[in-house]
Design a binder for this molecule. Sequence first.
Ligand SMILES: Cc1cc2nc3c(=O)[nH]c(=O)nc-3n(C[C@H](O)[C@H](O)[C@H](O)COP(=O)(O)OP(=O)(O)OC[C@H]3O[C@@H](n4cnc5c(N)ncnc54)[C@H](O)[C@@H]3O)c2cc1C
Length: 525
Amino acid sequence: MLRIQDLKLPVGHTAADLTKAVLGALKIEESQLLSFRLFRQSLDARQPRRFDFVYTVDVEVRDENDVLLKGVGVVQTPAVFHFAPSGRVLPFRPVIVGTGPAGLFAGLRLARAGARPILLERGRPVEERVRDVERLIVGGFLDPESNVQFGEGGAGTFSDGKLNTLIHDPLCRLVLEEMAAAGAPPEILYKAKPHVGTDVIRETVKNLRRSIQELGGEFRFRSKVTDLFVEQGRVKGVAVLGSDGIESPAVLIAVGNAARDTFEMLLSRGVRLEAKPFSIGARIEHPRERIDRAQYGSYAGHPQLGSADYKMAHRASNGYGAYTFCMCPGGVVVAGASEPGGLATNGMSEFARDRPNSNSAVMVGVEPKDFGGEGPLAGVAFQRRWEGKAFALGGGEFRAPVQRVGDFMSGRASKEIGQVPPSYLPGVVPSDLRECLPGFVCDALKEAIRAFDRKLKGFALADAILTGVETRSSSPVRIPRDESYQSNVRGLFPAGEGAGYAGGIMSSAVDGLRAAEALLAENTK
Ligand SMILES: Cc1cc2nc3c(=O)[nH]c(=O)nc-3n(C[C@H](O)[C@H](O)[C@H](O)COP(=O)(O)OP(=O)(O)OC[C@H]3O[C@@H](n4cnc5c(N)ncnc54)[C@H](O)[C@@H]3O)c2cc1C
């Protein structure tokens, strides 16, 4: 297999154009070409009058040497990373706590190695969880154990399903392949910004569950881990709410960033935890068409481009860094709360990304010095404080406080909604977000919105809507681990976003794979 890089074709090109470009790049006749597949497709939108797709293409030809000898600048396609088969089988069943991306991919790895993992999940299977989330969205009723944060598939299930990541790990490819095999759109294998959408990711999660079960893995839902058995600094097993405990000398803990009660329990059992920086802010919504036009100009609405995204950052004069995060083109703002009396927002979209608004989080990074308290859980207390204020400002039942950007910039409370209807359900209350966000965060956001407007025309649109508060962008704690992926309590393998080693679906999945691999290595020495 040969790889062609940097093949440029204008937006609007046809499949035949691509074949022609491949033949041209290799300087071969069509009869020499056996097959080709896209490895990567990105968009070069630097020239407003000409947008190009830039391709990396893997090609099979009749005579590779003939092509290589021509010196046409192709390379041999590198082999995809796969785990070497493990020689020995674990003499016990490992326990995985949490079935988010980290837990699921750890489960897949351990099941493939014949370890028959037991996956414990506090929430419900996807099918039931969808109904629980609907009850929150429609009626403002929160089930603290089954919501946007908790349940099968973890926080990624009700998400935008963006799979792009800042990590450069060969395992990312493996995750994409597993997800595509489990029903995610095949285009995730080559798009520079792969996106699944909440509607499709729910099916993908179910299929991953089935694969793990077929390999001997076991899922137990409604099974919150409430205690950790530790003897002489080693894990002996876990206690599960409403049932007997499970004994195992290896527990992979992948509980996500919202499992505050579990963090408390771990701390009480002698597991080392530390406070870490994270971010706080609000969701901002604009009309999708406006963002498309600002980003794509005359290409806006082109079927090959889809809805436009953006990503911007600004260092504010008060020293705080502000940035846009988790952009959901053509998506909605969702209730990301997991505790009674605390409101948190997030964003999600369907595969089509065709809702009227586009949203993103506008966030400000905060550090332990900002938390106003001491100890490993000071960040959790900080999150709770602002989530509680947002809940109160919304008047209860998980209605969210919102403010027009124009009002936020001029420092006055919003009295009404303008031309951009907020997408958040179960409802919104026009408010002053200064009452549910720290002053320094509002100052940084104000400055950042102005700066973002200079980069993306219309970002500071007066009627754009801010919905408060977004607090769950990453974990407020880290569970330190050594090079063998174990915490100070031996046999406990912290993984994923909650452990503070990942941020986002892809990096959490990769971290789950790496932690599972370390668990296998440690126990098959
Ligand atoms: C609405 C929303 C949209 C998002 N959109 C994107 C996106 O588009 N792209 C992206 O990359 N990231 C997105 N994210 C973030 C992404 O979902 C997380 O980074 C990722 O899911 C973290 O994976 P994880 O496996 O570490 O933890 P989680 O996905 O949080 O999973 C942890 C699991 O552990 C379970 N659990 C917790 N405590 C216990 C316990 N004591 N016992 C048993 N089970 C327990 C929970 O129920 C949960 O299922 C989004 C998040 C949200 C909330």
